[in-house]
Design a binder for this molecule. Structure first.
Ligand code: SF4
Length: 282
């Protein structure tokens, strides 16, 4: 199969990122994969979803990329960890999709969000799609774990109107516990660089009972976020089990099987921690 071809019978759009999609790019030759990663003429996407009101301001078209370097224990979309689970989509096809919704997105004060997976695992494709969106006058948001933020040049950052940074933890020990990667310095440094460049950010924090609901971690993130001076909003996302079936079907050991969503009180408590640092946390 040519890397630019869509996978027969699989629509580019999904009802939701919680749809399970695997092996859509498994037949793409290795040389085409390498070329795609180097040049960004083709991206590997779980899907596009339309009409999202939770992935940035207004109503969003969201491109869900595949491949991620983290292994978050609470990940809702482990099918996006592997590049070859994504559908190969030529950049021109992705831009056509964007153009289709351009007017509607503008009217609804929304835009394009590129999420994942981790979009910066496919940085050339991600930045090409953002550049095309800016040419169409569309607001752009990158939803990222921030680990590869240093790969973005200042010029590429100018095409990104908003960075929605998923903060997994503040201390290296907790970062390791949550993601399997101890070194979170690149994430911290990316945030500091965005602050120095005065680029707007949102922070997101997934609240998981007995895994991330630690006051000290949240206070440290809140203090750090407030000091950046560019964080417009913090979103506390209550853990849920909508992705559990994916872990089971992918045969990946899932140790949050018995974990319940946090209580309303626990969510309010977390929100209060961010608010008391002076951050806007709806
Ligand atoms: S960074 Fe996102 S996609 Fe990657 S493992 Fe964590 S939650 Fe999943």
């Amino acid at each position: 199969m040519n890397a630019a071809q869509l996978v027969e019978g699989t629509p580019l759009e999904a009802g939701s990122p919680f749809d399970m999609r695997i092996n859509l790019g498994k037949d793409v030759p290795e040389t085409d994969v390498r070329s795609a990663l180097q040049h960004g003429d083709v991206g590997f996407l779980h899907s596009f979803t339309t009409g999202s009101c939770v992935d940035g301001p207004g109503v969003r078209l969201v491109a869900w990329t595949t491949s991620c370097m983290f292994r978050c224990r609470f990940c809702h979309n482990p099918d996006t960890w592997t590049l070859s689970n994504g559908m190969p989509v030529a950049i021109g096809r992705a831009v056509d999709e964007l153009r289709k919704y351009a007017n509607g997105l503008k009217v609804m004060n929304g835009g394009l969000t590129i999420s994942g997976g981790e979009p910066l695992m496919q940085k050339p494709f991600t930045t090409k799609l953002f550049a095309a969106a800016k040419q169409l006058g569309i607001h752009t948001a990158l939803q990222s774990n921030g680990f590869y933020g240093a790969k973005l040049t200042d010029e590429e950052l100018r095409d990104i109107d908003l960075v929605i940074l998923d903060m997994k933890a503040f201390t290296p020990a907790q970062h390791d516990r949550v993601t399997g990667i101890r070194d979170n310095k690149p994430v911290i440094e990316f945030c500091e660089r965005l602050a120095a460049l005065k680029r707007p950010m949102w922070l997101r924090y997934v609240l998981v009972p007995a895994l991330t609901d630690f006051d000290e971690e949240m206070r440290a993130i809140a203090r750090f976020g407030a000091a950046l001076g560019v964080v417009e909003r913090v979103e506390v996302l209550p853990f849920h089990q909508m992705g559990r079936y994916k872990w089971e079907r992918l045969n990946i050991p899932y140790d949050l099987e018995m974990t319940e969503p946090p209580s309303r009180e626990a969510v309010s408590h977390a929100v209060e921690i961010f608010r008391s640092a002076g951050l806007d946390c709806p």
